[in-house]
Ligand binder design. Structure first.
Ligand code: C2O
Ligand code: CU
Ligand code: CU
Length: 459
């Protein structure tokens, strides 16, 4: 007997049981109200107009959820534009995934959509719209979402870091959000780099203390190459999931490659003396760029990395590799038939890219899924990048394990986005355990919106 049947037979249903049910679910999780709206904010000396956020004058907030606890968000769209909200990396029911036409009707101005799910996994995730993504993400709407572990791992400071660029020109106002030249190649880079909507911010952290740095690459284009010279630390999670096999802490010679959509959690021990600093750099053409600085404050708190409680693994289904079916996906240039392409909703007006030689045809599921996966079965996705550009390939609703690359050593750790370097082929494995139509695309938004998009179906 389920709860509803119980309520009906016990007579509670007729005697106001319905509102009782409503109260019960509200008591579990009161809805968070998120209002997508235009904003202004000073990234430089002058405030930038025409930004998109969840308040009129501040960055999108860090949302904190709890593993295994229901989350309810009423998202309202006040923009004169369509939208939908996507919860990147979360394994949730398909109807809550926020992909226009594939999982929901996009919200028009004044519409509200209720997103309701219980995150099975702890870790570092993020949220962003999945409709008119170029316009809305490049203008600001990319936020960090944290699912807290049931047991506190014991850091002295937990610092989410939203890494992204902006395309600003004179007077700090937006210039063209992309160029056709960029979209057809590696993407169009921003002109202003920020961490948490600030240029080179400095954060205080207890001297000798332990910092959890949650690095989230939410830029529409940039592939970061990150390191912190002189830092003592460990990589503890990728794309939210605690590591299964160790990953070397980044160095100048081997920086951490973090492409659009990817996350890395680092555990760092602060220097012991007050005033000492650690700097997070991006290694990019032209040299090292400072992203942020951590400054040691107060007396040495004398914590050691070994004091941390290890993160509990997330409950992910291990692939059965002996019985896996291989599905191949080729990411490449588009035959360029001139068709206008809109990568879910809102067109950039060009088609440059394809998956298996077919460009995403338009809004809905016009072309059908790239593949239909049998529920519960293990698959190896062979991701083949035929192009001279990098593509962070992202799958919604499931996590996967990279197995091997033909270009480099890779570690098998759960992720939702695979950074395919130029001409690289990577095999990744997953268990098709979450039913639905799951978007599968490059997270360089200019690529996503000019053809490099599709979806996988798990009936
Ligand atoms: Cu960050 Cu289709 O997602
Ligand atoms: Cu996603
Ligand atoms: Cu791409």
């Amino acid at each position: 007997m389920n709860r509803r049947q119980f309520l009906m037979t016990s007579g509670l249903f007729a005697a106001g049981g319905l509102s009782g049910l409503g109260m019960a679910s509200r008591a579990q999780a009161s809805p968070v109200t998120l209002t997508i709206q235009s904003a202004r904010f000073a990234l430089e000396a002058n405030p930038t107009e025409g930004m998109v956020s969840l308040s009129p004058d501040a960055p999108p907030p860090v949302l904190r959820l709890r593993q295994g606890q229901p989350f309810v968000a009423d998202v309202t769209n006040t923009l004169d534009d369509y939208t939908a909200m996507h919860w990147h990396g979360l394994r949730l029911p398909n109807a809550m995934d926020g992909v226009p036409y594939l999982t929901q009707i996009p919200m028009g101005q004044g519409d509200t959509y209720r997103y309701e799910f219980t995150p099975p996994d702890a870790g570092t995730y993020w949220y962003h719209p999945h409709c008119n993504t170029m316009a809305q993400m490049a203008r600001g709407l990319t936020g960090v979402l944290i699912v807290d572990e049931a047991e506190d791992p014991g850091f002295d400071l937990d610092l989410p870091v939203n890494l992204r660029d902006w395309r600003l020109g004179e007077g700090s106002q937006f210039i063209d959000l992309f160029t056709a030249r960029g979209a057809a190649r590696g993407g169009t880079h921003g002109t202003v780099m920020t961490a948490n909507w600030a240029q080179e911010p400095v954060y205080d952290a207890p001297a000798g203390g332990l910092v959890r740095l949650r690095l989230v690459a939410t830029d529409t284009t940039r592939v970061y190459r990150l390191h912190l010279p002189g830092a003592e630390g460990q990589v503890i999670a990728l794309d939210g999931h605690p590591l299964l096999v160790p990953v070397a802490f980044p160095t100048a010679e081997a920086p951490l490659i973090l492409g659009p959509g990817q996350r890395a959690d680092l555990a760092i021990r602060m220097p012991a003396s007050e005033g000492q600093t650690l700097t997070l750099f991006n290694d990019q053409p032209g040299g090292l760029r400072t992203l942020l600085t951590l400054r040691a404050t107060g007396p040495d708190s004398r914590h050691a990395l070994a004091d941390l409680r290890p993160l509990a693994p997330n409950p992910l289904p291990l692939p059965d590799l002996a019985n896996a079916e291989v599905l191949e996906f080729v990411f490449g240039w588009s035959p360029g038939d001139g068709a206008v392409n809109n990568g879910f909703c809102g067109s950039l007006g060009y088609t440059f890219w394809s998956i298996n030689r077919v460009s995403w045809p338009g809004d809905a599921a016009d072309g059908g899924p790239l593949a239909t996966l049998e529920r519960g079965r293990t698959y190896i996705l062979r991701l083949r990048n035929e192009s001279p550009n990098d593509h962070p390939i992202h799958l919604h609703g499931l996590a996967f394990l990279p197995l091997r690359s033909d270009r480099r050593e890779i570690a098998s750790n759960w992720v939702d986005t695979a950074m395919l370097l130029e001409r690289e082929t990577m095999d990744v494995a997953l268990v098709a355990d979450n039913p639905g139509d799951w978007a599968f695309h490059c997270h360089v938004i200019e690529h996503q919106k000019t053809g490099l998009t599709g979806f996988l179906r798990i009936p």
